[in-house]
Design a protein around this ligand. Structure first.
Ligand SMILES: *Cc1c(COP(=O)(O)O)cnc(C)c1O
Length: 454
């Protein structure tokens, strides 16, 4: 029960919650967090939780990295804030752009800053509309994404997001088209091989382009691994097949690397893990290891040139946020990139990913109610299933994944229910010992809930 005058009650009385199951909060109360230690968070009752979701995928260096906090403090002392308009920008902004292009898969490129991943996707859409318009094809406005994709919550990025919950806002807006999710286990047909599934999706793209007209389409956006869709790696050969079609019709491929970027999949970029070269990259979340709100559009050579030419023609690119390229955010991002790449975090993901997969596979094999284990690097999902043999889900009224996540929370482990799956995306600093703690608590919670419902 929530006590009067408690933190929980004060939270509920004055705060509006986003993406939160309200009946469950009324019953269980809000977890009010005061601080963190490595991959753990601590609440107002001094309860410790291993956060196997890195906050919201982003706190990859943990919750008390001294170097990141010091970089922020030093920059606040030096120069606490500035914009990037009117031909001025901070030295930190200059250095970060250089760095981002250096670590990008592009031989050259240009960077534009936002405050979030949603705004970075929004900005990319406006860039595409702007440049097609400038090039005499203003009718090229439609945006292609996939069902189950997550690209954010602003009106444009929510329209790109392929989730049914946006219907309550009357979204998507016109001209946002959602293709089939490349989830072979769920979307593949009886007797269809994975290669045939991929070919069918490439053909679907071809058909949609033919139906809509290639000259009405501005761009195609995709996460290398769908994150908030439930950790869905692409089917075999998916990006190669899709990019071939897009190239034929001169449609840019934008890689939304807000989750995958900076090491989550075991390489710096998800497009490297899946071996394709996008035309631009969207970054956020890990960009500052979660220590500052910041997003970035990283344009590859061709889009850099085309966008620069379009801007030169009207003497400006009329877009930008007050805090775009904020010097403190840029100083933190510079440090975060250094921490992830040079303090062993990226290596840790690469070297421990097989151990994580093996541990989760063991849990799956010992349980009768896990249908699929999927993921890569440090992002995995276990799909709860009433009958794995027939892929029959649990009755949604049972809220199985929510119960599992709540049981984990009670045991001091944070994980996330997404559909009927449980998502695990721990900070990159997670050690073998902490990984074992995650396995033990997760398995205990799964066993408890499956015993109640199956
Ligand atoms: C989180 C996320 C976004 C949105 O980022 P916000 O900072 O929450 O606006 C966009 N794309 C992907 C792939 C994400 O995971």
């Amino acid at each position: 029960m929530v006590q009067p005058q408690s933190w929980e009650q004060r939270a509920e009385e004055f705060s509006m919650y986003g993406f939160t199951d309200l009946p469950s909060v009324h019953e269980r109360g809000t977890v009010v967090v005061t601080h963190g230690e490595g991959p753990y968070i601590v609440d107002t009752n001094d309860k410790r939780y291993l956060d196997a979701n890195s906050g919201l995928w982003n706190m990859v260096a943990g919750f008390d990295h001294a170097g990141l906090a010091d970089a922020a403090k030093a920059q606040y002392d030096r120069f606490p804030g500035y914009h990037a308009f009117f031909g001025r920008m901070s030295d930190q902004t200059v250095m970060l752009s250089e760095k981002l292009v250096e670590v990008s898969p592009f031989e050259r490129g240009k960077v534009f800053y936002t405050n979030s991943g949603s705004e970075a996707n929004d900005t990319m859409v406006k860039m595409l509309w702007f440049l097609w318009g400038a090039e005499g094809q203003p009718q090229r406005r439609k945006i292609l994404t996939r069902k189950n994709a997550y690209h954010g919550v602003t009106a444009v990025s929510a329209s790109m997001t392929g989730k049914p919950y946006n219907e309550v806002f009357g979204l998507p807006m016109d001209g946002f088209i959602h293709l089939t999710c490349p989830h072979y286990w769920r979307e593949g047909r009886d007797g269809e091989s994975e290669e045939e599934f991929t070919a069918r999706l490439a053909q679907e793209l071809e058909d949609v382009i033919a139906r809509e007209g290639a000259d009405t389409i501005a761009g195609f956006f995709a996460e290398p691994v769908m994150g908030a869709g439930g950790v869905i790696p692409p089917s075999k050969g998916y990006f190669q097949a899709v990019q071939k079609v897009l190239k034929k019709h001169n449609i840019p491929l934008i890689s939304d690397e807000v989750i995958c970027g900076f090491g989550r999949t075991g390489n710096t970029w998800g497009c490297q893990t899946y071996d394709f070269m996008p035309d631009a990259i969207i970054s956020s979340k890990n960009l500052t290891a979660g220590y500052f709100p910041m997003g970035a559009v990283i344009l590859g050579p061709e889009l850099s040139d085309r966008l620069s030419a379009a801007a030169e023609a009207i003497e400006e690119f009329p877009h930008g946020f007050t805090a775009s390229g904020h010097p403190v955010g840029c100083a933190i991002a510079l440090k975060a990139i250094d921490v992830v790449m040079n303090e062993g975090l990226a290596e840790n993901v690469k070297s421990l990913a097989p151990r994580m997969e093996a541990g989760l596979r063991g849990i799956m094999e010992r349980s009768k109610n896990i249908g699929e284990l999927r993921g890569v690097g440090y992002m995995w999902a276990l799909e709860a299933c009433l009958d794995p043999a027939t892929k029959t889900p649990f009755d949604s009224k049972l809220s199985v994944s929510e119960r599992i996540a709540n049981t984990c929370t009670d045991m001091g482990l944070i994980c996330r229910p997404l559909g009927q799956s449980i998502v695990l995306c721990p900070p990159f600093i997670l050690t073998e010992e902490q990984m074992d703690e995650m396995f033990t608590k997760l398995e205990a919670a799964l066993n408890k809930v499956f015993a109640e419902v199956a």
